[in-house]
Design a protein around this ligand. Structure first.
Ligand code: R5P
Length: 291
């Protein structure tokens, strides 16, 4: 039986204090339902408004990628440093410890291997399984300008529709095919299209005039790291992207293929969350690497 409120303390209704309406910290994201925003607030640090997402999903089309041959050995030590993990459901269930508690951005499109036309992707995870894995977003690749443009856009919009039903954000990945440019005109077109069609977060590549890409995209943009660069170049790219308005990075090879992955992700975090310069971050990387 429920107990009566027998407290002798005086009730306090703060009658002179109107309830505040909190605004949500992420660009273009105030209109979503509570669960949806709660998931976004797990991926993006509400203090800095940014994220360092560790991308380890490369095996879904290229098998045992250099640095990811044994995720249980090489990636597990990096997990505590990542604000979010981008991975496949196979790796999540087989290798990632559920106690790690990182928000997960689940790779939810795929199909062709590197031996085939990579753009011919289908949806690879349904929403029910994404919810079962308690993920914080699903990621789908869209090949704007590619042969399978409409099919891959349809993959995304189907996931957006299902995601809206259950409070699940969709991260739209602007894939760059071998025949597609990586300039601000193309990246700006692809990013804006994905946002207009319902993606809550855009992942794309850094390019010149990136501030124009960010300005014309109504939702947060994070950048992929791309192929392995020198550490100073990767940190400089992250710095430039953040300065241009990016909301973080979804970085893979430039972390896990580094000579010192833990030092590198620490340096990237300082750039993204603490506005450290690329040079200072590289000094930190060198110092940590030599410890
Ligand atoms: C491609 O395999 C995935 O979308 C990666 O998650 C993405 O490219 C980020 O990884 P990287 O920083 O290695 O480009």
């Amino acid at each position: 039986m429920a107990e009566h409120d027998l407290s002798e303390k005086r009730k306090e209704y703060f009658l002179d204090t109107p309830q505040k309406n909190d605004t949500f910290f992420l660009k273009g994201s105030s209109g979503y339902d509570w669960g949806f925003r709660n998931r976004l607030a797990r991926i993006f640090n509400p203090k800095s408004g940014r994220t360092v997402m560790l991308a380890i999903d490369h095996g879904y089309f290229q098998g045992p990628t250099t640095g990811l041959e044994r995720i249980d050995v090489t990636i597990k030590p990096l997990v505590p440093f990542a604000d979010a993990l981008m991975c496949t459901r196979g790796i999540l269930r087989s290798v990632i410890n559920p106690e790690s508690n990182n928000p997960v951005v689940m790779r939810a499109s795929g199909g062709p291997s590197i031996l085939k036309d990579l753009s011919n992707e289908q949806i690879a995870v349904n929403m029910e399984d994404a919810l079962r894995m308690n993920v914080s977003a699903v990621a789908v690749q869209v090949f704007v300008g590619g042969e399978y443009e409409t099919q891959t856009i349809n993959n995304m919009t189907r996931l957006v529709d299902e995601g809206m039903r259950y409070g699940m954000p969709v991260l739209g990945v602007t894939a760059v095919g071998k025949d597609l440019a990586r300039d601000s005109r193309y990246i700006g077109l692809a990013s804006r299209m994905l946002a207009e069609l319902g993606a809550a977060i855009i992942k794309t590549y850094y390019c010149d005039d990136f501030e124009k890409v960010v300005a014309s995209c109504p939702v947060p943009i994070i950048i992929a790291g791309g192929k392995k660069l020198t550490e100073i170049d990767a940190l400089t790219m992250a710095r430039n992207a953040i300065d241009a308005g990016a909301s973080g990075v979804d970085m893979g090879r430039n972390i896990f293929q580094s000579d010192a992955p833990q030092a590198m992700i620490t340096a990237v975090r300082r750039v993204v969350h603490e506005n450290m310069s690329a040079v200072q971050a590289f000094e930190l990387y060198t110092e940590l690497k030599n410890l």
